[in-house]
Design a protein around this ligand. Structure first.
Ligand code: NAD
Length: 424
């Protein structure tokens, strides 16, 4: 690849530039004025902290962490914290703005936030991770809280990380404050149904999209990239609903069965062997080949930028259901539109997770916990209504679903800002 091509792909893959491109397309269609655009685009607060941590071998190390609160116009900032060696402020900023739009699309009373710590969890012990987490929490403590900013897990953070944050915050406040984070263990104020929520949300919007195509789940061939929390759960729930999951793609290859894979058996096979490959109920195929199989639903649920200007023309799916955050670049949007692919954009398709996080926050604050059926019923109501809001707007304005989702979100946030007025 030439330096020029690499450079332009770098730009195409930059999450902040991608967020900006989508923002402006929607803002133009809405006719938003310049002043409001400036307010909506600018993160409300960006915090950088340098965290000294004592390592297991006695060394002292300093880690850099960020917390960006993009918007608090509709409620407390909401969004995950990721631990990774390549975390940048630009990335955290983009992800925080995505959270603002995602919460607004599903109409839950949160703004958007995101955090990150530059570290490589592969080389850190549990003790080191705990000390990093607790010191990071202590450094941002006056900027988080149930009414202020509510973190959650993201890449390389989990229920345990949330339990440490909750405990550190509670120790400082001298009382147990479960609602400061979501994604906690169920016996520590977590919500039933949270683990399945993002995959369940994907299932619910995929079902709605199928109705528009006059198709039944049993007629739908599905390809899923990523067999983790989102993809694994979506696969399991879709298979139970009768969808035919014809291929699962993982980082080391893909498995294929045109008659539909037995997902429960594949999960057991992966548990036993550590890989989805060499599964008795399917054949190994190339990852690229699988991604571009002819199918009804393609569900990328692994990572960002997997569909871009160099490969979007190869997509042969009727419906693209974006389980991952940012799996499609802004340049790929036009290519997919030209191919008439029906896109369920990430800020709608994967919003089931943050919706049940909202339920968790509500339950913590009420001190009254719901059973799983109630969680799932309320999730379904929100996902189905949001799908109809987005596709209805797309139809009325003759725009793509992604633009419609951004328009809906921008309009809701702009309306809140206008109603509140600018404090001076
Ligand atoms: P995960 O780590 O549980 O699963 C990701 C899976 O994708 C892993 O099994 C990994 O091996 C696989 N993978 C990685 N690179 C791959 C590649 N190049 N090709 C094929 N497979 C690959 O993560 P997750 O929580 O399922 O998140 C997946 C995506 O969904 C991310 O973009 C995340 O931001 C987004 N998301 C997650 C949630 C949630 O609730 N977990 C909510 C909203 C959005």
């Amino acid at each position: 690849m030439t330096a020029e091509v690499t450079h332009s792909l770098d730009k195409e893959f930059n999450p902040w530039l991608a967020a900006e491109a989508r923002f402006h397309t929607a803002a133009d269609t809405l006719g938003l004025d310049d002043g409001l655009r400036k307010v909506l685009r600018s993160p409300a607060r960006e915090i950088t902290v340098n965290i000294p941590v004592g390592m297991d071998d006695g060394r002292l190390e300093v880690f850099t962490g960020y917390r960006v609160q993009h918007s608090i116009a509709r409620g407390p900032a909401k969004g995950g914290i990721r631990y990774a060696p390549d975390v940048t402020l630009d990335e955290v900023r983009a992800l925080a703005s995505w959270m603002t739009w995602k919460c607004a699309v599903v109409n839950i009373p949160f703004g958007g936030g995101k955090g990150g710590v530059i570290c490589n969890p592969v080389y850190l012990s549990q003790g080191e991770l705990e000390r990093i987490t607790r010191r990071y929490t202590a450094e941002i403590i006056e900027f988080i809280g149930p009414e202020v900013d509510v973190p959650a897990p993201d890449m390389n953070t989990n229920e345990q990380t949330m339990a440490w944050i909750m405990d550190t915050y509670s120790m400082h406040k001298r009382q147990t404050v479960t609602a400061v984070v979501t994604g906690k263990p169920v016996n520590l104020g977590g919500s039933r149904g949270r683990t399945e929520a993002t995959g369940r949300g994907c299932l619910l919007v995929a079902q709605e999209a199928l109705k528009l195509f006059g198709m039944k789940p049993a007629e739908a061939r599905v390809v899923i990239q990523g067999f983790g929390n989102v993809g694994g759960m979506a696969a399991r729930l879709m298979a139970r609903t009768g969808f035919k999951i014809v291929s699962i793609i993982e980082y080391d290859g893909a498995v294929y069965n045109p008659a539909g894979l037995d997902i429960e058996a594949l999960l057991l096979h992966r548990k036993a062997t550590g890989s989805i490959l060499d599964f008795a109920g399917g054949e190994n195929i190339d990852r690229e080949e699988a991604m571009f199989l002819e199918c009804d639903i393609l569900l990328p649920a692994a990572k960002e930028n997997v569909l871009h200007s160099g490969n979007a023309h190869r997509v042969r799916a009727k419906i693209l259901c974006e389980g991952a955050n940012g799996p499609t670049t802004a340049q790929a949007d036009e290519i997919l539109a030209a191919r008439n692919v029906f896109v369920i954009p990430d800020i709608l398709a994967n919003a089931g997770g943050v919706t049940v996080s909202y339920f968790e926050w509500v339950q913590d604050r009420q001190g009254f916990f719901w059973n799983e059926d109630l969680v799932n019923t309320r999730l379904e109501e929100i996902m189905v209504n949001s799908f109809q809001d987005v596709t209805g707007l797309a139809g009325r304005h003759k725009v793509h679903n992604r633009t419609a989702a951004y328009m809906l979100a921008l309009d809701r946030v702009a309306f809140a800002i206008k109603l509140r007025g600018i404090y001076a």
